[in-house]
Design a protein around this ligand. Structure first.
Ligand code: GTP
Ligand code: MG
Length: 203
């Protein structure tokens, strides 16, 4: 897919404030600082479409972007950032879970996982929740440029070992780096294919 157009549309504080569900939607989610905004910018080839920062917790709203006048891309708040208050965290959680469950045009959820870390409970729990709800998702390992191939493969293997304990089939997985653009083509291809499959629903 060639990205001809990418523009910020709006921010909403909950799913009710989202734009009308007139286009297929793809949401990016993961722990704070996992590299969501960087990945989004890399995917659409814009340096500063989504705001990136070294201050975790920067993305606090449901941010909609319109891509190629055809599909919505959504940058969600990071979950599980320990340095915000407990109250604020549960508000975030309610907001995100509500959006994920209720947003009718959400065609795929991209769950970002930091490839530098060993399997994290918070990520595994979130993935379990998505599976229980029957929501469509894929896993996206981020920051692949930051570690050696051996260390990278070892972390992925640990994730998959844990996943296989509860599942027979692993979810689709993507390997990415916002620095080297690894994974860009593959993710855009998935979105293009999905858009093609669901196009009757949006016109
Ligand atoms: P919040 O919005 O705060 O939840 O964070 P986020 O998940 O959007 O992360 P963001 O894209 O802001 O990236 C966090 C930090 O990781 C920044 O310093 C990025 O430059 C860095 N980063 C993100 N992706 C990559 C990557 O693929 N490779 C490397 N080397 N650094 C990355
Ligand atoms: Mg962000």
């Amino acid at each position: 897919m060639i990205i001809k157009q990418a523009e910020f549309l709006q921010s909403a504080s909950d799913y009710k404030g989202c734009p009308k569900p007139t286009h297929a939607e793809y949401a990016f989610i993961g722990r704070s600082n996992v590299g969501k905004s960087s990945l989004i910018n890399m995917l659409v080839g814009r340096n500063s479409l989504a705001k990136t920062s070294q201050t975790p917790g920067k993305t606090q709203l449901i941010n909609h972007f319109m891509i190629n006048n055809q599909w919505y891309l959504v940058d969600l708040p990071g979950y599980g950032y320990a340095r915000v208050s407990k109250d604020k965290r549960s508000v975030f959680k309610g907001l995100i879970y509500n959006y994920l469950e209720k947003r009718e045009n959400l065609e795929c959820i991209f769950v970002l996982i930091d490839s530098r870390l060993e399997p994290q409970k918070i990520d595994m729990e979130f993935i379990e929740w998505l599976a229980t709800k029957g929501l469509p998702f894929v896993m996206v390992f981020t920051k692949a440029d930051k570690l050696s191939k051996t260390a990278y493969d070892s972390n992925i293997a640990k994730y998959n070992k844990q996943l296989r304990e509860s599942w027979e089939e692993l979810p689709p997985q993507f390997h990415t780096s916002a620095v080297t653009k690894k994974g860009q083509e593959e993710i855009l291809a998935l979105i293009a294919e999905t858009n093609q499959t669901v196009k009757e629903r949006y016109h």
